[in-house]
Design a protein around this ligand. Structure first.
Ligand SMILES: *Cc1c(COP(=O)(O)O)cnc(C)c1O
Length: 394
């Protein structure tokens, strides 16, 4: 933990994120060292803070973009068109028009392919596009499931002949993404294996260049104490072997893996100040600055139940909470935010060193889907500030 930096920044701010550039670089290097024949794209929606994104792109990653805004950010940072994929359901005509030259558009429905063709025609352009496919098999090997994302595999094979005739778009690649935050490398390996063989069949439907197959994400990070890290050494070895086999049949087809949280999830820490403390019946409440409206995931986890709903809800106890305070005495407290809603509670009856107003509470695993996913506009309160700390900037 950057204790010195935290205390310095805390002199001027009651709530803030810090992102550790060294952790970002280490995670990128681990991916590059273990996966061969594979390119990595960074999922910008996970953490779009400009210094983070710039650092990631400076290390050669491409951009997985979920909006025109993200496409423009990537382009602004110099990422070339073939390394910017724009994949999202429900793109507007303007989204498509504005990104034709900046990104490879990954069409999310058959109608969107036709619409992209029309828009390209109006601009007298002919563009390479990708197609997002909803496979006939789910992430775990079971039967396919309905999805608002992509085109069902079976539907695509029926439509492929018609889509090939379109004059202003050329299908050159495919994108599959089913699940985030998987920790079992065997499951991810099996998933990769299925996407490679699906990729071979999809590749047969296009004439000419089969330029890329994008395997999407899936690689998770440990949140709670019971979670174990994905074995990226073993996964990397297995997937690199599959990539080699795939390249034997499809030389020149780029293989892409997308990831957001693996790179930045553990690089982020959220710091918030104790604003007040009070007792109500048998509970001690510590009131913090900007919790639901600063780093929403811990508060959401507290009101959610059942299975994971990534990226809103990973599980209970996914975020370790600690404190910077002078007291050594332990005390059972409930940590709440300062919003006027009873949903703004991040932990009930947890034991921490005794806190007083002015002290700081520290939450880990805050790098992915943190600031970007929190309803900061709620109650017109001031937002937390974000800081990227790297060796070069120290
Ligand atoms: C959000 C998203 C990702 C990133 O998921 P992580 O769990 O952060 O790695 C990758 N691909 C697509 C299509 C996504 O929507």
């Amino acid at each position: 933990m950057y204790r010195k930096e935290i205390l310095e920044i805390a002199q001027g701010h009651d709530s803030f994120y810090i992102y550790d550039g060294a952790v970002v670089s280490k995670n990128i290097d681990r991916l590059k060292d273990n996966f061969h024949g594979i390119e990595f794209f960074y999922s910008v929606k996970c953490n779009p803070f400009l210094d983070v994104v710039r650092a990631v792109f400076n290390q050669g990653l491409g951009a997985d973009c979920a909006s025109l805004g993200e496409v423009e950010a990537a382009t602004g940072l110099g990422v070339p068109r073939e390394k910017v994929h724009f994949s999202a359901p429900g793109k507007s005509d303007m989204d498509i028009e504005e990104s034709l030259e900046k990104a490879t558009i990954i069409c999310d429905s058959i109608d969107e392919v036709r619409r992209t063709n029309r828009i390209a025609e109006n601009k007298a352009m002919s563009v390479d596009i990708g197609i997002r496919i909803n496979p006939a098999v789910d992430f775990y090997g079971g039967p396919g499931i309905p999805s608002k994302f992509g085109i069902d595999e079976a539907q695509y094979f029926v439509a492929a002949g018609e889509l090939r005739k379109l004059k202003n778009v050329k299908i050159v690649g495919f994108h599959v993404h089913q699940v985030s935050q998987e920790l079992d490398w065997h499951i991810i390996k099996e998933y990769h294996s299925r996407v490679f063989s699906l990729g071979c069949r999809l590749g047969d439907t296009i004439e000419g260049d089969f330029k890329f197959i994008n395997l999407g994400s899936g690689i998770g990070i440990p949140y709670g104490e019971d979670d174990t890290e994905v074995d990226v050494d073993l996964l990397g070895r297995a997937t690199s072997q599959m990539a080699e086999d795939f390249h034997r049949e499809n030389p020149g087809t780029r293989i892409i893996i997308e990831t957001g949280r693996y790179i930045v999830g553990k690089a982020g820490t959220y710091i918030t100040r104790v604003m007040d403390k009070k007792e109500s019946l048998d509970k001690v409440y510590v009131i913090l600055k900007n919790t639901l409206n600063g780093f929403a995931r811990p508060a959401l986890a507290n009101v959610m139940s059942g299975h994971a709903r990534e990226p809103l809800f990973t599980g209970k106890n996914a975020f370790a909470i600690s404190a910077i305070t002078e007291s050594q005495t332990l005390e059972k407290v409930t940590l709440a935010g300062n919003l006027c809603t009873s949903a703004d509670i991040i932990a009930e009856d947890i034991v921490l060193p005794r806190l007083k107003p002015g002290d700081l509470v520290i939450i880990n695993n805050a790098g992915a889907y943190g600031a970007t996913l929190s309803p900061m506009e709620f109650s017109m309160s001031k937002k937390p500030v974000e800081f990227y700390i790297s060796e070069e900037s120290q």
